[in-house]
Design a protein around this ligand. Structure first.
Ligand code: OGA
Ligand code: NI
Length: 341
């Protein structure tokens, strides 16, 4: 049975069967640890070489880090969060105007991950938007709440600046030219997922989002300031990434793992639910141009002695994205389909 929106205001007292995971695939929340040394990076630092070094360590070890003093204003963030809450709080008939279970459609309000294909559903509703170039997409965005377009435009613009700045730092941290990513990734797209995880009656039996890696280049996540839910897999163990209200969580996507020839990791992560509070998260995805050819950066393997070689074959982002959406979210790492022999 295909799931419909969860954000109805109705509080379930037991978990509907279509959300119950098999025993072998449950969150085991009591076994999740706190990550004490999760990297926190002040990207306003003027000590560029130290900053670049910190980015390198974070990307190589965790594939994830948090940034503070990121240049996105507090007002922009607060307005984005409140318009997102307002959006999910609208009456069902207003929201259903945007509902679709077709993953190729944007904008769309949907639920779970890919409802038509899945066997078990996920405890999440989400609004998916294309955000760049804004002028091309803004007209198709929701017109309710009335401030939606203005607020989301402002947020997306500021996030893009941050994303491009981080891509420069990441390029440098690999010993590449500052504008390496910018050149290779072409005219980058920007997508947004506004995720809404309602309180869940049985968080031990299901996921908000099951373990996955992000198929794009770089993800900039605004976590709910107070409600925990994001977890990442490090050395085979799940760790919670607790929210910091002044920080964005940044993670390496599959494309940067490929470009870095595996030096940086696109790490498995998931979102879990809780019984008490709804959780909101806003993910912004920097995506290579569809025609961009992704290949391990030459300077990372060419000059090396011995048998250093590109781990991944060349492919276009369009080819990758198609492969990604043809799978289940929690299957093998999608990059494994693009290994060199
Ligand atoms: C995602 C994601 C995590 C979260 O949208 O890709 O990983 O905390 N979200 O909502
Ligand atoms: Ni993700």
């Amino acid at each position: 049975m295909a799931a419909k929106l969860l954000s109805t205001g109705f509080r379930h007292s037991t978990l509907p069967e279509n959300y119950v995971r098999p025993l072998s695939d449950r969150p085991r929340l009591s076994q999740v640890s706190q990550l004490e040394d999760f990297p926190l990076i002040d990207i306003s630092s003027t000590d560029r070489s130290r900053l670049v070094q910190k980015i390198h360590q974070a990307c190589a070890r965790f594939g994830f880090f948090q940034v503070i003093n990121h240049g996105v204003s507090k007002a922009t963030i607060d307005e984005m969060v409140s318009v997102a809450h307002e959006f999910f709080g609208m009456p069902m008939d207003e929201k259903m105007k945007l509902y679709s279970d077709d993953p190729t459609k944007t904008p769309r309000l949907s639920t779970s991950f890919n409802v038509k294909e899945e066997e078990v559903n996920n405890w999440r509703d989400y609004l998916r938007l294309h955000c760049y170039p804004i002028d091309k997409y803004v007209h198709e965005w929701p017109s309710n709440p009335p401030s939606f377009k203005e607020v989301v435009s402002k947020y997306s613009r500021e996030i893009r600046e941050l994303g491009l700045k981080i891509e420069e730092l990441i390029s440098e941290s690999l010993g590449l030219e500052k504008d390496y990513m910018k050149k290779v990734l072409g005219e980058q797209g920007q997508h947004m997922a506004v995720n809404y995880y309602p309180p869940c009656p049985e968080p031990e039996l299901t996921y908000g989002l099951p373990a996955h890696t992000d198929p794009n280049a770089l993800t900039i996540l605004l976590q709910d300031a107070t409600v925990c839910g994001l977890q990442i897999l490090i050395d085979g163990h799940w760790f919670a990434v607790n929210p910091r209200p002044d920080a964005f969580v940044i993670n390496i996507g599959d494309q940067l793992q490929a470009l870095s020839n595996g030096v940086y990791k696109s790490v498995w992560h998931r979102a879990v639910t809780n019984t008490e509070n709804p959780r909101l998260s806003i993910a912004s995805f920097m995506c290579p141009d569809n025609g961009a050819v992704i290949s391990p950066a030459k300077p990372l393997w060419e000059a090396k002695e011995e048998e250093a070689k590109p781990i991944y074959r060349d492919y276009t982002y369009a080819e990758y994205y198609k492969k990604f959406w043809s799978r289940n979210l929690d299957q093998e790492h999608c990059l494994e389909n693009f290994l060199n022999d």
